[in-house]
Design a protein around this ligand. Structure first.
Ligand SMILES: C[S@@+](CC[C@H](N)C(=O)[O-])C[C@H]1O[C@@H](n2cnc3c(N)ncnc32)[C@H](O)[C@@H]1O
Length: 304
């Protein structure tokens, strides 16, 4: 049974495997919804993981994006190459045989990362999501289509014992793993015949616990996360030892001075803050600060 699962779905190969993923009719709804959710365009570089026969990649390339595909099945890589030969020759597509647990790409290499109808076969889901987050550029987005546990009976009816080889994860599990990887989970939408689509965004600044944030006059480390995964607040332990130039945040921020003295200008008003003082900086307000003595701050606000 493991051989059958591999041949038709987990590592498709041979004539039957090739034919199935040349026209995966049951996956059409997921392809359309992913394009709608991420709308790849000419400015994007998209990575599709578990790319199968490359039908989704063909649609992405038709929208002007450049792309890369990765699959651990050599026959699927060959099928994707055959289908997208012109884009490959034009240098708009790169193909790799490999495993999602060890992506052969540098950090921040893609603006969009997708995985459709394959996540249930990835043996270490948290490792896979951490790799997806790593290769996403700040501000980039991830989309995964997979099948929830409620659909186990339907899967068994259609695919028999193959269904038992699939790991069915609830959307909340994916949202939690995404948040652990420093992503901000987004919408969950049902996908006909398949399950659901979940998206996530990589903040413009790092958002995982332990990550360092360095800006002129400011060094911080994320020490905690509060609130639900879909609307997290980060807790940052920061040292201000110079001048922070004028800037505005997209959401309200709480600043508490733990030690030292800070002169801050928020929307034209000046504040001299010492240990125990706090300030709320409203969203969109231009603010700047200078340390009168090196100041240790606790900051609470959403990822940017
Ligand atoms: C059911 S097919 C889906 C193919 C395509 N994404 C689609 O929606 O038609 C699952 C694909 O994931 C690939 N795959 C499974 N586990 C993988 C892994 N650990 N690393 C890379 N690819 C994997 C398989 O080889 C297969 O091509």
């Amino acid at each position: 049974m493991d051989r059958l699962t591999d041949r038709i779905a987990r590592r498709p190969g041979g004539l039957i495997g090739r034919l199935i993923y040349r026209h995966p009719a049951g996956h059409e709804a997921s392809f359309a919804m992913m394009l709608d959710a991420l709308h790849p365009g000419p400015e994007d570089r998209l990575l599709d993981l578990g790319c199968g026969g490359g039908v989704f990649l063909e649609r992405v390339l038709a929208r002007g994006a450049s792309a890369a595909g990765l699959d651990h099945s050599p026959d699927m890589v060959a099928e994707t190459r055959r289908r997208n030969a012109a884009a490959l020759a034009a240098g708009r597509l790169a193909l790799h045989q490999g495993d999602v647990a060890r992506l052969p790409f540098g950090d921040a290499a893609f603006t969009l990362v997708t995985s459709l109808n394959a996540f249930f076969f990835f043996p270490e889901p948290q490792v896979a999501i951490a790799e997806m987050a790593r290769v996403l550029a700040p501000g980039g987005r991830l989309g995964i289509v997979t099948t929830p546990p409620e659909q186990a009976a339907m899967l068994k009816r259609w695919f028999g014992p193959v269904a038992a080889r699939m790991r069915l994860d609830a959307p909340d599990s994916l949202a939690g793993w995404m948040a652990d990887a420093g992503l901000i989970p987004g919408e969950v939408k049902p996908v006909r015949q398949v399950g659901y689509l979940i998206t996530a965004r990589k903040p413009a600044m790092p958002a995982s616990i332990g990550a360092e944030i360095t800006m002129p006059g400011f060094h911080g480390r994320i020490t905690g996360r509060l609130g639900p995964a879909t609307a997290p607040l980060l807790v940052v332990d920061a040292l201000v030892d110079g001048a922070i130039p004028p800037h505005a945040a997209m959401a309200d921020e709480l600043v508490v001075v733990l030690d030292g003295r800070l002169r801050a200008r928020v929307g034209g008003a000046e504040h001299l803050l010492g240990p125990g003082d706090h300030l709320i900086v409203p969203a969109g307000t231009i603010h700047e600060a200078v340390a009168e003595t090196p100041a240790r701050l606790l900051l609470v606000g959403p990822p940017e």
